[in-house]
Design a protein. Structure first.
Lengths: 190, 562
């Protein structure tokens, strides 16, 4: 599975971002380069999970506000700064759906479904589509996020683990167990 | 499904950093660890400054009369007076630990233990640290599993303590004391770079060789409240101790991954794991039945360039549902060239090219295609796939069995290495035990800095003078202490502006005054040699530039013949 990522950054960039963060801790305006760099990525991450362009913008902005507020508690653990931002955005989304009693939105596409079926060692998804959509819509939020990030956003396990605050191994184990369950349900019924 | 993606331009038009700044500054202070807006930030900074100034003044003058003088002295401190090297934040480990020079910090030794099993760490010099099984938790209170890195360092010498920046001042019921230490240590635990906590009901037991006879109290350095009494450490004779087993120190960082520490990879293991990874990347893909309603092409593919397509004969390429380029008009064009490119794990791009004719430019069309098998050939393809998958699984199983065997062998080798190490330790201990007959034994109920101490009241006599260089320039320093080598004690020296310092005179002929100067230099003198003339004392900065605390310690003791 191709999971080339724009999310992971090289050490030079990590170092440059550490300096920006240090400056921004005492001068919030210094945070602007990081805002400009990550706005699009965070926006896409949020919009992927909903159908409302304006609400996606509000949640993205709120994620950056929270990030600025919490910047003095940010600890450089050698991970890309973006993983911290994605985690905040994910928490904001979760909070949004909880507060507004709204259903989450899972945006799927053919290529992602193909890869999902391939991972389950099944043929094309079309015969299972209805049941598959039904199963995906009933997943717990964290399980849904695992499927979404892996197959529809093409994220690596390392990225998924960082965003969901899991270990990489744990993310893999959870996903493969989940796929086993999904396969069992869709093949039995279909 | 298959929603039209937004363009980067559309998204970037939504950016509004000013709104974020405004939102953050208006949100106001919040409780807990979440932090607040920037007003809260400033408030926090102000509070921290107040605490630091308060502590400094308190340590300087122990009684009310002297505190009045201290305020006067503090007010005279010029703003440019350096407190630590470059006033850098990374020199402040905790409010009461301020390193004068980063490079002089006392290094930690690193040990790795399995959190579930616990174990015994034997530090060079004879200190033993017993870590109970499952005694570690994270911030959320979850019990930690897997390898954990323990970082440990200890202090017996007052010069090293002075250069570590750890305070040795103790306040009890309004009376300020200095510590005579029987041995101080710092222990921390980390997993993947994150610091861990200890379950208070499962304390770590530390046994340090006692290098000075006598009973000592036990103290823990609380970041906010300073040294906190924790009872007494026990004195234990070496003869009553159990036989011990321990883990060797490791130098690897555990942040690179758990497996590298638990099972260091042998060359054979590396080779087999590379083979497994290669094999897994060649796992046969299930054939996909063609959709009779979708257009498809026959292509003569160079299988050496696309070995993943070589599993099945009669492969065709079907236009993928998400392709938006294909139209039946493309059939009418005579294409000069067709190329295939990989696009994703299940998709390819078919690139059709037509050479430019006359004034017409060259035309290139890229279609997203999926490899498929025609319905009439599909049963045969599935049969072949089943066979390929069986072969693949058999190969993989054999490789994994080989991997398991090699891991077992590596484990046996490591156990032998451990046994040899244990034997070496026992030999070392035999030497240490004869030298150190008594040990201080105590329990830590939290990670941090622990100290076996006896508090001593600071002497009332204070030598207050202006310290200047031979060129009459006032001495400005990052750190200043009176060191009492015979008692393993040190007392803070309090500095005012313009080179004015107040020094407690303990009446010990071997006590030393030590100033840490800029550019990794020091100035030092015996207190008994301080002879103020008209309130001025001349101190000659030492010309050496020092790179470590050990170097300074040896230099001072050698120079003063101690």
């Amino acid at each position: 599975m191709n999971t080339d990522s724009k999310y992971h950054v090289d050490t030079a960039r990590v170092s440059e971002e550490s300096e920006i963060i240090l400056r921004a801790k005492s001068n919030p305006a210094a945070f602007e380069p990081l805002y400009n760099r990550y706005f699009e990525g965070i926006y896409r991450f949020v919009y992927q999970r909903m159908d409302d362009i304006d609400t996606a913008k509000d949640i993205t902005q709120m994620a950056f506000i929270k990030a600025l507020e919490k910047l003095n508690t940010y600890e450089d653990r050698g991970l890309p700064f973006s993983s911290w931002l994605y985690r905040i955005a994910y928490n904001e989304l979760t909070q949004h759906f909880r507060n507004n009693s709204k259903n989450r939105c899972l945006n799927i596409d053919d290529a992602g479904l193909d890869e999902l079926m391939e991972e389950m060692q099944e043929d094309r998804y079309e015969p299972y589509l209805d049941k598959l959509v039904d199963v995906l819509s009933q997943l717990e939020p964290e399980n849904e996020a695992l499927i979404e990030m892996r197959f529809f956003e093409k994220r690596s396990f390392k990225e998924i683990a960082e965003i969901l605050d899991l270990t990489e191994t744990n993310a893999k184990v959870r996903l493969y167990r989940l796929l086993d369950k999904i396969k069992l349900v869709i093949t039995r019924v279909a | 499904m298959n929603r039209k993606p937004l363009s980067s331009e559309e998204i970037n038009r939504m950016q509004d950093f000013n709104a974020v700044l405004k939102g953050a500054s208006m949100s106001g202070p919040k409780g807990g660890n979440g932090g607040g807006g920037f007003s809260n930030w400033l408030y926090m900074t102000g509070a921290s400054l107040l605490v630091v100034v308060g502590v400094a003044a308190w340590f300087f003058y122990p009684d009310t009369k002297e505190k009045a003088i201290s305020r006067q002295v503090e007010q005279n401190i010029p703003e440019t007076m350096p407190r630590t090297q470059e006033d850098s934040e990374d020199l402040v480990r905790a409010p009461l630990v301020r390193l004068p020079v980063k490079e002089w910090d006392i290094a930690f030794a690193s040990y790795t233990l399995d959190a579930q099993k616990g174990g015994l760490i034997l530090h060079p010099g004879g200190t033993e640290i017993r870590v109970p099984a499952s005694c570690l938790i994270d911030d959320k209170g979850n019990t930690i599993q897997g390898p954990v890195e323990f970082r440990y360092r200890e202090f017996f010498d007052p010069v090293e303590i002075a250069l570590s920046g750890i305070t040795m001042e103790y306040d009890s019921a309004g009376v300020s004391y200095y510590f005579e230490t029987g041995g101080m240590c710092e222990l921390r635990a980390f997993q993947h770079g994150t610091e861990l906590k200890m379950k208070p009901e499962k304390p770590v037991e530390v046994s340090m060789p006692a290098k000075i006879d006598g009973n000592y109290n036990l103290y823990y350095l609380d970041d906010e409240r300073g040294w906190q009494p924790k009872g007494n450490s026990k004195q234990v004779s070496n003869a009553t101790r159990d036989n011990i087993t321990s883990v060797p120190p490791v130098t690897e960082s555990i942040s690179e991954g758990e497996e590298s520490i638990i099972e260091p990879l042998t060359p054979e293991l590396k080779r087999i794991q590379t083979q497994i990874n290669q094999l897994e990347s060649q796992k046969p893909k299930a054939p996909r039945k063609a959709n009779v309603n979708r257009p498809r092409f026959n292509l003569d593919v160079k299988l050496n360039e696309f070995p993943e397509l070589s599993d099945f004969d009669k492969m065709q390429f079907e236009i993928a549902p998400e392709d938006k380029v294909f139209t039946t008009d493309l059939y009418k064009i005579e294409w000069n060239d067709v190329q295939l490119k990989r696009y994703s794990s299940t998709r390819y791009k078919m690139v059709l090219s037509q050479a430019g004719i006359g004034d017409s430019p060259r035309r290139v069309v890229e279609l997203i295609v999926v490899p498929v098998i025609d319905e009439k050939d599909f049963a045969e393809a599935q049969k072949k796939y089943k066979q390929l998958l069986e072969d693949y699984n058999a190969k993989l199983e054999a490789k994994k069995a080989e991997e398991a065997r090699l891991k077992k062998e590596a484990e046996v080798a490591r156990n032998k290495q451990m046994e040899a190490y244990q034997q070496q330790l026992k030999n070392q201990q035999a030497t240490v035990f004869t030298e150190q007959e008594v040990r201080h034994v105590f329990s830590m109920d939290g990670f941090g800095i622990w100290n076996n101490d006896n508090p001593r009241i600071k002497p009332k006599r204070i030598i207050q003078a202006q310290f200047v260089t031979p060129n009459k320039e006032p001495i400005q320093c990052y750190n200043a202490k009176v060191i009492l080598p015979s008692k393993r004690a040190l007392i803070d020296i309090h500095h005012g502006g313009n080179g004015i310092y107040g020094i407690h005179d303990v009446g010990d002929s071997k006590s030393i005054v030590l100033f840490v100067l800029p550019d990794k230099q020091i100035a030092f003198k015996r207190v008994s040699d301080l002879n103020p003339s008209d309130g001025v004392i001349i101190m000659q900065p030492d010309p050496h530039r020092f790179e470590s605390a050990k170097e300074i310690k040896e230099y001072i003791y050698r120079t003063l013949g101690q």
